[in-house]
Ligand binder design. Structure first.
Ligand code: DQA
Length: 188
């Protein structure tokens, strides 16, 4: 079949942006901006694939970062992925997000359970952050049940593996597109 008349309609449908895509309008000139989300991974997540695969899976950090970038481009987000084994780096990046990002996906690894500094940084910047853990921390040792991140997070996703990062990015994209959910009309 050659170039049929039905094709342009189908193409137009496919090119319609994802309905979850975030929109940000530059107040200076009304142009559309692509929102930036930082995906921050903490200590030992560089060892994904090697480290306790029965708990964390066989995928590597590079696989996880690729998944995040792919989710970001589907959702209309620029995803900036970073990993560090050092608490201060995570604090610096959270502070950087204050002026450089509209959202944060944070897996602080073991620092989740110990870091008042990360708690304070998240509280200080006020950028919506979704806490993610690959494993279900609540089904593991009791020292993993407490999180310094959860009280200052917009949401928490645990135990869903790499999909948790995709869900977190979806949630942030929706939140960026509609920053104040309480202003939404009740339709049901
Ligand atoms: C983790 C859970 C933490 O308790 C642990 O220290 C990690 C990984 C997770 O993704 O399941 O390093 O954050």
């Amino acid at each position: 079949m050659g170039s049929g008349a039905a094709l342009p309609i189908r193409t137009a449908r496919r090119e319609r942006p994802d309905r979850r895509a975030a929109l940000l309008i530059d107040p200076r000139n009304g142009s559309l901006l692509t929102p930036v989300v930082f995906v921050l991974n903490g200590p030992n997540l560089n060892l994904l694939g090697l480290r306790e695969p029965a708990i964390y899976g066989a995928g590597t950090l590079a696989d996880l970062e690729e998944l995040c970038r792919a989710s970001g481009s589907r959702l209309g987000l620029t995803v900036d992925v970073r990993q560090s084994n050092h608490e201060g780096d995570l604090v610096d990046w959270i502070q950087e997000a204050r002026t450089a990002a509209q959202g944060i996906v944070l897996n602080a690894g073991a620092l989740t359970h110990t870091s008042v500094a990360i708690h304070d940084a998240l509280r200080a910047v006020g950028v919506p952050a979704i806490e993610v853990h690959l494993s279900n921390v609540h089904a593991r040792e009791s020292f993993r049940h407490h999180s310094y991140v959860s009280p200052v997070a917009a949401g928490v996703i645990v135990g869903l593996g790499p999909d948790g990062y995709d869900f977190a990015l979806q949630a942030l994209a929706r939140r960026i597109a509609r920053p104040d959910p309480s202003s939404e009309p009740i339709t049901a």
